[in-house]
Design a protein around this ligand. Structure first.
Ligand code: SF4
Ligand code: SF4
Length: 100
């Protein structure tokens, strides 16, 4: 059985080293954000060159474990869309993360 669930879109991701990234768009079905209080991309996978990704898929945020983000509602993302990239601490992060 296939399910259709509305999720916030991953509008862009600058991490070209990730296997899900084609032309700075994420093509995983759904990603997970968060390592406790750090809004990192848990779905990141180093590109080995052998993986085939469906370029028609645009990723959504399936779950987010960063409960202190203003967009977080019961461990899901309530933003309309997010973007992912490298933040100041050189970690792959959700750039839409905000605490106030
Ligand atoms: S959002 Fe995460 S899984 Fe998607 S391309 Fe970027 S680093 Fe990879
Ligand atoms: S905007 Fe906030 S709630 Fe949404 S994925 Fe990013 S860190 Fe999680």
């Amino acid at each position: 059985m296939k399910m259709t669930v509305e999720m916030p879109a991953v509008n862009g991701c600058s991490i070209k080293e990730c296997a899900y990234n084609i032309n700075e768009r994420c093509h995983a079905k759904a990603i997970t954000i968060g390592h406790s209080s750090i809004p990192g991309c848990d779905t990141f996978l180093e590109n080995s060159g052998s993986m085939h990704v469906d370029g028609k898929l645009i990723a959504g945020v399936g779950a987010c474990k960063v409960s202190d983000c203003v967009h977080n509602v019961e461990l899901e993302c309530g933003a309309d869309e997010i973007s992912v990239g490298i933040s100041g601490d050189q970690v792959i992060n959700c750039l839409t993360y905000a605490t106030h």
